[in-house]
Write a protein that binds this ligand. Structure first.
Ligand SMILES: [Mg+2]
Length: 142
């Protein structure tokens, strides 16, 4: 699948991509945007080749923030799985993200485990491991 990583820091985009792979999700295609406005154009643009299957976005960015992007997509009924990877995740941020339809908010420190937990329901793994370790959380809402 095609994963859009949105962050104004190129180094951070690289860390996010690396952590996704370390969490076991390999073989996927990454595309990148440096802010919400750029991401919005990729998500909704005429070039459907660039339409992502999953968006992982920073919160604070110039031009258009991640939450502004999420809220705009929601307002315009653009359906794409969307989650945040941010340096901080306050209660207010988590609430606002959830209201904007975000499926997860991963805050620093970014651990492989946090990525694994957030992405397992969303990304198919090429090799499924069968080692039974720990419980199998079934997130339910509402
Ligand atoms: Mg930022």
């Amino acid at each position: 699948m095609k994963i859009l990583v949105v962050d104004d820091s190129k180094a951070m985009r690289m860390i996010v991509k690396r952590t996704i792979r370390k969490a076991g999700f390999t073989g996927h295609t990454f595309i990148e945007a440096g802010n919400g406005a750029e991401a919005y154009r990729m998500i909704t643009g005429d070039d459907t080749e660039k339409h992502p299957d999953l968006v992982m976005s920073d919160w604070n960015m110039p031009r258009m923030t991640g939450i502004d992007l999420a809220e705009r997509l929601q307002r315009e009924e653009v359906v794409v799985p969307f989650g945040f990877v941010t340096s901080e995740g306050t209660k207010e941020m988590r609430e606002r993200a959830k209201n904007a339809g975000a499926l997860f908010l991963i805050a620093k420190p970014f651990t492989v485990g946090a990525f694994e937990e957030a992405l397992t329901p969303l990304i198919p793994t090429l090799e499924s491991e069968t080692e039974g370790e720990g419980e199998n959380p079934a997130p339910t809402e509402g």
